[in-house]
Design a binder for this molecule. Structure first.
Ligand code: ZN
Length: 367
């Protein structure tokens, strides 16, 4: 009898150990993370496609109406959203998770109440909504961010890189403090052995018109700089910061705003296709996609900020080996953007413990 009990105990221990190992393994399949920010892109277009009134407006569009309708119109929201972002709805919706469709009462919000760029990006990257960060002119971000935290971990030093369309991102990530590669508007990637693709991506910056004026380059250029770096250097963590959607939004150009989202979707599709055919990244890379703030509704769609209703509304898309493919979240829920930083840490098997408060990891992403 005693013998039987001992054997049973041993067996239970083995089973418990096995389960524990399995859960550890399950949460450690992610070895690489790519974070993609889409500046001021609304959950409305993401989950419902082109807005019928805005697409019809003469004021807010400059492209030929037959052309823009051919590209983005369909009779149902489900068909419209897939036309606008085919990779999101054909691949991420099947293999990943999508949070933030408020029509299903599934909500993602910013904690900060400013609802513009520097505070939004800072909240995501540091896991903290710092009330002192209240301006896009804010100097170097004093708070530790998840990128520099990971860069300090074993095996990750020099393997974390940022590519941004907007120059302010250098201050938000505080490259002066951490010395990480943060490539922004107007800057070439420098290296003794640049590949031909990297050289072409660098020079493209001098072949395109300064469409947005000073401080911001087109996302297509930023993406090529990022991808050519990824191919050449195999970073473990990459932050790609896209900005076209917000600039076209402020300009009141709805057709270009939709184009920017459509092309961002194409860039993410291109990136994912590459990741899946490179053994360094395949099945061990998680991508996260989200905005830095929302925008207003109706006439206020061009704007955002603390005075603009709905501009604090967000969303989060995640796809990777540790994330159960539950697709579009259908039940009521509430997440906050200050949870992204710890979620990234946990996906990589770390616990982010900065001196400032930090939002909890999103448990459903990790299961
Ligand atoms: Zn913004």
């Amino acid at each position: 009898m005693i013998k039987f009990k001992t054997r049973k105990c041993f067996l239970l221990q083995v089973i418990a150990c096995f389960c524990l190992c399995m859960s550890t393994v399950a949460q450690q399949r992610t070895k690489n993370v790519i974070m993609i920010s889409m500046d001021g892109y609304r959950w409305r277009e993401l989950f419902a496609g082109a807005d019928s009134l805005l697409l019809a407006s003469r004021k807010y569009n400059s492209q030929d109406s037959a052309w823009r309708y051919a590209k983005y119109w369909a009779p149902t929201p489900a068909a419209r959203r897939e036309k606008l972002m085919p990779f999101v709805w054909q691949t991420i919706a099947r293999k990943g998770q999508l949070y933030g469709n408020r029509q299903l009462d599934n909500k993602v919000d910013f904690r900060n109440t400013f609802w513009f760029s520097y505070p939004g990006r800072a909240e995501v990257l540091t896991g903290y909504s710092d009330p002192a960060i209240n301006s896009n002119s804010y100097p170097d971000n004093p708070n530790e961010n998840i990128l520099e935290f990971v860069n300090k971990q074993k095996g990750y030093a020099g393997k974390v890189a940022t590519f941004a369309s907007w120059d302010v991102v250098a201050r938000i990530v505080n490259r002066n403090r951490n010395g990480m590669l943060v490539n922004i508007y107007g800057e070439d990637v420098k290296d003794e052995n640049l590949t031909a693709l990297q050289q072409a991506a660098n020079s493209m910056q001098r072949f395109l018109p300064d469409f947005f004026g000073r401080g911001e380059r087109l996302d297509g250029n930023t993406y090529l700089l990022a991808k050519s770096y990824l191919l050449a250097k195999k970073p473990r963590v990459m932050y790609i910061d896209l900005a076209d959607t917000d600039v076209f939004g402020h300009d009141g150009k709805y057709d270009f705003f939709l184009d920017a989202a459509h092309y961002a979707d194409a860039m993410i599709a291109d990136l994912w296709a590459y990741l899946q055919q490179d053994s360094f990244y395949k099945d061990q890379t998680t991508i996260l996609i989200y905005p830095d703030h929302g925008r207003g509704e109706d006439k206020q769609w061009v704007s955002h900020g603390g005075q603009v209703a709905h501009a604090g509304e967000s969303y989060l898309l995640v796809m990777g080996p540790d994330t159960t493919p539950t697709g579009e979240q259908q039940s009521p829920g509430q997440l906050f953007m200050d949870q992204c930083a710890q979620t990234v840490a946990r996906l990589l098997g770390f616990m982010f413990k900065p001196v400032h408060p930090v939002g909890n990891a999103i448990s459903t992403v990790l299961k």
